[in-house]
Design a protein around this ligand. Sequence first.
Ligand code: GLU
Length: 469
Amino acid sequence: MSVVTRFPPSPTGFMHVGNARTALFNYLYARRHGGKFLVRIEDTDRKRHSEEAVQVIFEGLEWMGLEYDGEALSQFAGMGRHAEVAHEMLKAGKAYYCYCSPEELEAMRETAKAEGRSQFYDRRWRDRDPSEAPQDIKPVVRIKAPLEGETTINDVVQGAVTVAHDQLDDFILLRSDGTPTYMLSVVVDDHDMGVTHILRGDDHLNNSFRQKLIFDAMGWTLPVFGHLPLIHGPDGGKFSKRHGAQSVREYKELGYLPEAFCNYLLRLGWSHGDDEIISREQAIEWFDLEHIGRSPARFDFAKLDSLNAHYIKEARPERLLECSREFYKERHGLELSDIAVERITLGIEELKARSKTLLQFVDESAFYARSIPYAFDEKALALLGESKAILAALEDELESLEPFTGESIQNLCQKIAGDLAEGKLGKVAMPLRAAVTGTTVSPSIFGACAVLGRKETCARIRFAVQQGK
Ligand code: GLU
């Protein structure tokens, strides 16, 4: 049997971390078995539907590198087919029309509440002759759920989970306007798409029993179910905004590399011995259902940060720059020129070693991409004002310094510190940093000047001296 998994998000305008993990697990499982990973957009809520919300999902999948097979399906487009299945069930005696009025339903609800029952519908139309149907009521179609016994789902994560049939009601398949309910649509789509494995959040476990009834009624093969425990916050409570970023887009915007994010999500609820760093290739080779955790995993931001730092260190310069391009633009209004790319690449090892996120990488390397005239922050301006004489002397000597390397620049700064600043290297290095970068935070300034080269370094110092207050 060839494996077919699916990712069926509801387009809410937001792709939650939990959804992202579900997508990743389904993707990995399909790839591991040379199967298919399908995407279905559950877009039947037309009132709230927006194309933009659908795009957010595709954007998230693309960023995470989760390529799906074939075209993404629209659940809405399949509604005719879903209704057809309800009619087949009617014909086969597996479903029936229910003509209850809203008042009758309300009364049943009240009674059930008073008696402490969660199932309120009393199945009054289940065996009634349709000739008794009132003319003024458009019926719904309900499933004929079994009255006795129980249903067991052998969940690959949760184990065998059983529910007594008296806990399952004759739920609605088609509304009175003829539109299918979510419960029906999901099953028909999963069947028609040939889905063999359903991995999803355990908030859907209760739905699975009802969905199984539809599979059984139609005589369709039941997929394998695996319900993943939800993700909790670091404090063990429900993972929510107060803990930190919730959506995939936010993680992208905070400067996480998708490879770090995916590695983190993989480990969040799945394990392979003590392995922490797991490449996509290894994940595809190793991912299995046996090692999905049974209890909720806690989101650990420090761990994510350390993975991100790792992947930043490992990344090729082109990859880092490709992922950072937008940030240079958004945060610093900078387009990366060829010379900027060349300089950042030359200085990249130190930048990588310092960076926990791409935002830090970008902020601390933006000076390489600037050109005169550039702006200075407040602290830098203040330093420049105090150090004009030192900077002028330094610039003068840098003009003829040979060779022009990080080491020789440092030695020169030390010498000038001896002459003009009681031997304190910081008194020369800090103003130099302020002058050349416009800020007070950067990688080693001596190495940075060497990367910029003599001409640019001296021009920047001359420019800065004119700006200092
Ligand atoms: N649309 C559902 C959700 O986003 C998915 C349900 C399922 O996996 O069957 O939670």
